[in-house]
Every structure is written in structure tokens, then in C-alpha cells.
Design a protein around this ligand. Sequence first.
Ligand SMILES: NC(=O)c1ccc[n+]([C@@H]2O[C@H](COP(=O)([O-])OP(=O)(O)OC[C@H]3O[C@@H](n4cnc5c(N)ncnc54)[C@H](O)[C@@H]3O)[C@@H](O)[C@H]2O)c1
Length: 433
Amino acid sequence: MRIAIIGSGYVGLVSGACLAGFGHTVICTDKDADRIARLNAGEMPIYEPGLDEIVAENVGQRRLSFSTDVAGAVRDSEVVFICVGTPARRGDGFADLSHVHECAGEVAGHLNGYKVIVTKSTVPVGTGDAVERIVREAAPGKEFAVVSNPEFLREGAAIEDFRRPDRIVIGTDDARAKEVMELVYRPLYLNRAPFLFTDRRSAEIIKYASNAFLATKITFINEMADLCEAVGANVQDVARGMGLDNRIGGKFLHAGPGYGGSCFPKDTVALIRTGEEHGAPLRIVETVAAVNDRRKRTMARKIANACGGSVRDWTIAILGLTFKPKTDDMREAPSIPIVQGLRDLGANIRAYDPQGARIVRSELPGVELTADPYDCIAGADALVIVTEWDMFRALDLGRVKSLLAKPNFIDLRNIYDPDDVAAAGLSYTSIGR
Ligand SMILES: NC(=O)c1ccc[n+]([C@@H]2O[C@H](COP(=O)([O-])OP(=O)(O)OC[C@H]3O[C@@H](n4cnc5c(N)ncnc54)[C@H](O)[C@@H]3O)[C@@H](O)[C@H]2O)c1
């Protein structure tokens, strides 16, 4: 099939490259000319493990190309995937659909034959109807279908997730569009990946409900961690004890500094607004969002308490800034309020992140960045692990002890055994243990 992708970010680029890998001819477009120029020069605009290889391979096979010419790509394609951002709208937190609506208008202007318009961006229920209306009004009489096909990939494991998804959700009542979507995902269909065909509105809700549920699970165990700290229990054992129950499952039961990222924070708030708008308040999700926000803001205080109460004029070494490992994404990362909070308490921040550095400069101006974790630690008054990159799991604790000016080790991801850290002569604080 000939496929156009509008929006070549984490979702669009991974989807485009993987769909090309399925054998389709894919044009990835973006209105950001710099992004397209870099892609055409063989350079990845984002960090996602394995993406560069799959892009290079499919460009080499002439199945994948990049362009700023959205109109041309639409004309040349049978299927158009909308993969643009849907950030939180300033003021009320509802999903900002301006980019999605802009795409609908753009596609409408170039409908030269039946096309399936697929919303892969995370969009509130009813957006598919709005896209259909926009296209129909701008291109009356033209043949098309609007399908919801939400994306569930995780940054850091995006290619594996796209190729071996837990499920593929396709929301449409249009039989012809359903057939087209089956062809798009044919290799996954043959591999017996679970497909769920449903109506468009249900598909739109599935995405938000899934993210809200996962955010709830994280927030639940975070509150349990606070209780464990208060009563002298171990949240990791509690999580394991809970997770061994198949009805609960062990995933997303890792206590930490609160969830961040480009999806959970904005999607929970957008879902809350949708509930309000339709007179169906979502009290659980409201509480989750509020508890998580508060948690991220109180982490700086927790760190200061672990350091004896005051960090004024201290140098604090932070390892890991991205919202999770194996990505360069800093959106809503817990590190941002942590750094700000520690600065408000009078501390100077030095940080190391394997990938975040490029973006950190704009998100966290003034933070001193080092090229190596040990350079970051040298002479600091405390070490804080904020993001659990693999390389931080096996630090040489003896070296850490000798490099730190004061032996404070704060591990917000529980990646160390407290006994090991204590044996190295460090004072160790983790979450819920
Ligand atoms: N990042 C994730 O892990 C993830 C996972 C699942 C779903 N999603 C959802 O997918 C959508 C995209 O997320 P992302 O992280 O890939 O965003 P992103 O910000 O990385 O990429 C979006 C891209 O769209 C481009 N764009 C915006 N308007 C455009 C237009 N009119 N024409 C052409 N290009 C345009 C931007 O320049 C940008 O490059 C969002 O709705 C998000 O919620 C994201």
C-alpha cells in the first residue's frame, strides 16, 4: 500500500519506518523543515533504540522517504496516518487539537480518490467525528473514511512494540476501511497479533482509559510506598506480593518519583476534561493526576530531608534527566520539578544523562552537564538517581564514596540493594523501603 504519515515524531517516524518494513511504500512528512532535512541526511531527529537501522534499511530499499510536502504525500497515498502532537491546551488542559484539525483540512484539499484517514495521535472521543466533518465540508462528495487507530508504543521500546503489539485497536464502522486497515497490518494479522475492531468512539476511549489505568497503578504503588516508609515496610516486597496475583500483575508497580513523559500527564488531564464536558466526572483519574503532581513537587523536599534538612549551597549530582531510560524525551520529566525544587532550596545542580543533554539545555537552563557519571559525582554533596538508565545500575560504589564530598546517596528508583550501598559507607535513601 502507499501510505502517508503526517507528523514524523516519536510515533510518526517509528510507525512510518515499521510500516515500510512491512513492505508498504511510506512517505513520512512533517511541517518542520529542519526535521525532514536531517532525516534526508540520514540523521535521526529523536533517540529511539534501533530506529536509525530500520530507517536506513527502508530508505535503502526505496520504501521510505521524507518530505515537507504533505499535500503531495496525501495525493500519492491510499492511507493517511495523522501522527501529530496533541499537547495539553494552555489554560484548561484539554487536548489541543489544532494540529489534528489542520491535518484534516490539508488532507481534504487533496482527496484524489478513496482514502482512509487514520488518527493515530491520541485524541479525545469525538475527534474522529470532527475530522470527518472537516473533510466532508471541505471536500463534499469525495470518498473517504476516518478511522481511529490509537498507538500504544512505549518510547525506548517503540520498534519492538510496533512490531509485536499487545493489541491493535481499529475503530471504524466502514467495511471498506476495515479491509484497508487489515492490509496495512497484514504481517501482524498473519502473526496472530490480537486485533480489536470496534466503533470509532470506543477506540478513542480505549487509549485514554489504558493510559489513565496505568497512571493509576503507578500512583497507587507510590502512595503505598509512602505508607511503607511510615510503618517500616518494604514497598518492593509489597509490590511483588501484589503482582504475583495474576489479576493484578507486577508491571507498573514500581514506586518512584511520580510519572512524567509526553503521554500520561497530558492524557489523564484531557480525559478528566472529557468526563467533565460530558457530565461523567472521573474522580479516580482526577485524584491520580493531583496526587502525582504533588508527588513530583515534593521530591526535592524528600531529597533535602535525606540530606539532613538543608541543601543550601550544596552541590547535588543528578543522574538521569529524561522521563524514563532509553529515550531523549524530557517532556514532563520528574527531573524538572526536582531540579527546580532543589534550586529553590538553595542547591546547585550538576547532572549527567546519556541522552537528555541536547534537550536539557532548553528545559533546564543553567544546569551544569557532565560527560560522564563519575565527573558528575566528583566533589558533590549528594548523589540522586532520578532516571534508572542501565548504566547507573552498576556504579562502582567504592568510587562513588571516594568521589562524593558527603556520603549522601538518594535513589528515587530503588535500583540498589540498601545493604550494598551501606557496605560502601554511603548513607542511602530510597523510596518506600
Ligand atoms: N510519544 C509516545 O510515546 C506516544 C505513544 C502513543 C501515542 N502518542 C501520541 O501520538 C501523538 C504524537 O506524539 P509524538 O510523541 O510522536 O509527538 P512529537 O511531538 O514527537 O511529533 C509530532 C510531529 O508532528 C509535526 N506536526 C505538527 N503539526 C503538523 C502538521 N500540520 N503537518 C505536519 N507535521 C506536523 C511536528 O512538527 C512534530 O514533528 C500524540 O497525540 C501523542 O499523544 C505518543
